[in-house]
Design a protein around this ligand. Structure first.
Ligand code: R5P
Length: 298
């Protein structure tokens, strides 16, 4: 059975939900949310729901959102939803994919299984999969759909810079940099990174001349901003005429934007997976199109 799903969203994501609903000609309803003085939350969904329901929740600041998803998904089932899709443009907890020291929680596996216990399908954008190759390994749902912001960021870069050199700030960024570069025939290269702490990273530039080049650093995410800041500093010192930053997910914790600007970064561009003033391209049409491809068996 194929029917247009109903999209549910939270108040703080009404704008991005509106863009997705418009692109996919879907009905959109806001979930009512009350926060009690003691910190507990209460949700209220529409009292009858169609068989296919999509919940939008991007997962920056993820901890409370995990509880919201638990409450919302189980309530949606109680109210008639038989196929539940989670659209999490940013999927949190994907970076902790092994126990780096004995005793550490493998958050990717735990959060992935938790989401799979609630939803039939998950749609996300550029999840940080490093030591696992497919999203389904991390989130074992029937439909695990991975989209990428790299093509649209590449189009934006093509419209703003002449013959740019795309640079990935670490080896893990190679997949997104290669994808973005191939779309417009850009040159690209990838740095090597050693992380010594949350805000302490060493970056080694690639063996590639950057003198006189307009460089764009491209990655899935900037969090504290120190990775791209360190790379930008070194690229400018090596002769790049400009360094801009393009990321899918503008996590930008604390003073991250200032950290990047202080390092000499010119422009900062991001997708609207996480709402931020740097948002320059929208993933709404891509997400809406992906939703039409999900097999719904109800
Ligand atoms: C990890 O490898 C990611 O791709 C990013 O490079 C990383 O999360 C950036 O973190 P930060 O902005 O805190 O340096």
């Amino acid at each position: 059975m194929k029917s247009t799903p109903l999209l549910l969203c939270f108040e703080d994501e009404q704008e991005s939900a509106g863009r997705i609903a418009h692109a996919g000609s879907m009905g959109l309803v806001k979930i009512e949310r009350h926060r009690f003085p003691d910190g507990e939350i209460k949700l209220r969904l529409p009292d009858t729901l169609p068989e296919h329901v999509v919940i939008l929740r991007t997962m920056n600041d993820p901890n409370e959102k995990l509880v919201e998803l638990l409450l919302a998904a189980q309530t949606a089932r109680d109210l008639g939803a038989r196929h539940l899709t989670l659209v999490a443009p940013y999927l949190a907890y994907m970076r902790q994919d092994i126990a780096f020291r004995p005793g550490e929680a493998i958050s990717q596996r735990i959060v992935g299984r938790f989401l799979a216990s609630l939803f039939n399908a998950v749609v996300t954008v550029d999840p940080h999969l490093h030591r696992v190759t497919t999203l389904q390994e991390a989130v074992p749902v029937a439909s695990a759909v991975v989209l990428s912001g790299a093509p649209l960021l590449s189009d934006l870069i093509a419209s703003r810079r002449q013959q740019p050199l795309l640079v990935g700030p670490d080896e893990e960024s190679a997949q997104w940099v290669a994808l973005a570069a191939a779309r417009h025939g850009f040159d690209y290269a990838v740095c090597r990174k050693v992380r010594n702490g949350d805000r302490a990273v060493d970056v080694a530039l690639p063996d590639r001349a950057v003198t006189g080049r307009q460089v764009v650093l491209l990655d899935d995410v900037a969090s504290t901003g120190h990775t791209v800041a360190r790379a930008a500093h070194l690229l400018l010192a090596a002769g790049a005429v400009s360094v801009d930053v393009a990321v899918t997910h503008a996590l930008f914790a604390g003073d991250a934007l200032q950290v990047m600007l202080d390092a000499g970064v010119g422009e900062v561009w991001s997708t609207d997976c996480i709402s931020h003033p740097s948002n320059s391209v929208s993933m709404a049409s891509t997400i809406a199109e992906a939703l039409t491809r999900i097999q719904v068996a109800v």
